[in-house]
Design a protein. Structure first.
Length: 178
């Protein structure tokens, strides 16, 4: 009688007259045959299991390192992006200040009033300068008029004038302070 044992633990007889699925009689040979494959299979699976566990630990370590590196990259990118935004903001501020200075200089606005200018574009700032100049523009200057450039001053000599000339030039003499 020959019997075969499959991996799943079932026994099959080659003799179809006996019913097929009956286990063989208990003998020392059968017990040794049954025990050896279990020990060998366990040892084999133990080694494979240990290798798989080691490989899984290595894989977890590699994934952890990769995640850490990605997080560092993202943090660096975020830091650079924030720095770029800050520099852009500073550049816009400097450009606006330069534009205000340029327009104020062209229109002879006093330096102290430049900080009060509003607007983003050149036209807006120019219109604001014009409005400010309306309020601060002095009226006709009072007092002695400034001397003419390039010529002799109009100085009238009171001592050499006749009374008639004095009456005629009274306004000029008063402006001269005589």
């Amino acid at each position: 009688m020959t019997s075969l044992k499959l991996n799943n633990g079932f026994y099959f007889d080659d003799d179809p007259d006996k019913g097929g699925d009956n286990p063989p009689e208990s003998t020392k040979e059968t017990k040794l045959i049954e025990q050896e494959p279990k020990v060998i299979a366990y040892d084999r699976f133990k080694e494979v299991n240990e290798k798989a566990t080691k490989l899984q630990l290595q894989l977890d370590e590699i994934e952890k390192q990769r995640k850490t590196e990605e997080e560092k990259k993202l943090a660096d990118q975020k830091q650079w992006q924030e720095l770029a935004e800050l520099k852009e903001k500073e550049l816009k501020t400097k450009d606006a200040e330069l534009l205000r200075l340029k327009i104020a200089h062209q229109k002879d606005l006093p330096f102290e009033l430049i900080d009060r200018l509003k607007g983003e574009t050149e036209d807006e700032i120019s219109a604001d300068v014009d409005r400010l100049l309306e309020y601060i523009k002095p009226e006709d200057p009072k007092g002695i008029p400034p001397r003419k450039k390039g010529g002799q001053p109009d100085v009238l000599d009171f001592k050499t004038m006749t009374p008639e000339e004095i009456r005629k030039n009274a306004e000029k003499l008063l402006k001269q302070g005589i």
